[in-house]
Design a protein around this ligand. Structure first.
Ligand SMILES: C[S@@+](CC[C@H](N)C(=O)[O-])C[C@H]1O[C@@H](n2cnc3c(N)ncnc32)[C@H](O)[C@@H]1O
Length: 318
């Protein structure tokens, strides 16, 4: 995410530098006709990182290629790669990979949002866990975000090609730790009971309906999953509210979902969590979504396969 974020705010000069990084990688590799990702990554890593935006753009440009190469490791679940999915042993033609790399870099440049350098404006992209303090109080004039939805999508599994590429090109992410720190991770553990007590009444009622549902594991795995999600979301909203200036506004995009026949109106839950932290709900705008994972999962519950709506929820920090 951080590499995509940096690419998005990179300048045209950063993209020129990214092209130079790609050319230098090719020079380091010399005349070998075929290679694997490890060799490509080793050559790329020999170049010192002097410009983070250029470095990120060069890496992000290869993400779609890694995704294409790993497509064979897909399982029936459209968002899931085989457990042992790997790019190891995938042999690539050097001319092909460098031509694709350059092409993708130019494509990525069209997608960037910073069209020119604005005097006095510096954009920085940082990474962190929103459940922990963001380290800045009343610092931001605005907020735009979207938390994981209650779809039990495993973001780490779903971004396996990009993470395998990062392993060779940047730093080795600790995948298990990353999976556990995702809000809404299906690997979730149960939070202490006193944390659930602090949730808004409407969410506590929803959790009660889930835990007393007659279907298997409702009062164990599923209660743990949903309660942990709301407790983590509550911690995130609290930190976000603290980091916003008084009077600042924000927008959070969420999607509704179902537990069996129980509708989970995530926008309504978010509004109640926001109100607890001094965020006044201004308005909500619904739009149809065709990107839900449950829409393409033929094994999903009938209710879960109905078209989804996403909601942009607008707030002001009082
Ligand atoms: C619905 S996606 C939104 C993605 C982003 N808005 C975009 O357009 O690409 C949810 C994102 O929340 C991130 N996330 C999950 N847990 C998090 C946490 N504890 N702290 C910060 N981000 C988290 C995931 O990595 C994922 O990228």
């Amino acid at each position: 995410m951080v590499h995509l974020g940096r690419s998005r705010v990179a300048t045209s000069l950063d993209f020129e530098e990214a092209e130079e990084l790609v050319c230098s990688t090719r020079e380091i590799l010399g005349k070998i006709p075929k290679l694997d990702f490890r060799t490509l990554g080793e050559a790329f890593r020999q170049i010192p990182v002097s410009n983070e935006a250029a470095h990120s753009a060069a890496i992000a440009a290869l993400f779609p290629y890694a995704r294409q190469l790993l497509a064979l490791s897909k399982t029936k679940n459209p968002a899931w790669y085989r457990k042992n999915a790997t790019l190891d042993g995938v042999i690539i033609d050097i001319d092909k990979v460098f031509s694709v790399w350059m092409q993708m870099l130019r494509h990525l440049e069209l997608w960037r949002s910073a069209k020119g350098v604005v005097e006095g404006v510096t954009i920085s992209v940082e990474r962190g866990d929103s459940r922990k303090s963001l380290g800045r109080k009343e610092a931001f004039d605005g907020l735009l975000t979207s938390p994981p939805y209650l779809t039990r999508l495993d973001y780490v599994q779903a971004t396996m090609p990009e993470l395998l590429l990062l392993k060779e090109f940047d730093i080795v992410p600790d995948l298990q730790r990353l999976r556990r720190s995702m809000i809404g991770s299906p690997l979730t553990s149960r939070r202490p009971d006193h944390s659930a007590v602090r949730l808004p009444t409407s969410i506590k009622e929803l959790l009660n309906r889930i835990s007393t549902h007659k279907s298997k594991a409702s009062d164990s795995y599923y209660y743990n999953f949903f309660s942990t999600y709301f407790i983590d979301l509550q911690a995130s909203i609290k930190n976000i509210a603290k980091a916003m200036k008084s009077g600042a506004s924000g927008c959070v995009v969420v999607q509704s979902s179902n537990y069996k026949e129980i509708e989970i109106n995530l926008a309504a839950s978010l509004i109640s969590l926001g109100e607890q932290c001094g965020l006044t709900h201004l308005r909500s705008v619904d739009f149809a979504s065709n990107r839900s994972i449950s829409l393409v999962n033929s094994r999903a519950h009938e209710d879960a396969r109905r078209p989804k709506k996403e909601t942009a929820v607008f707030f002001r920090n009082e």
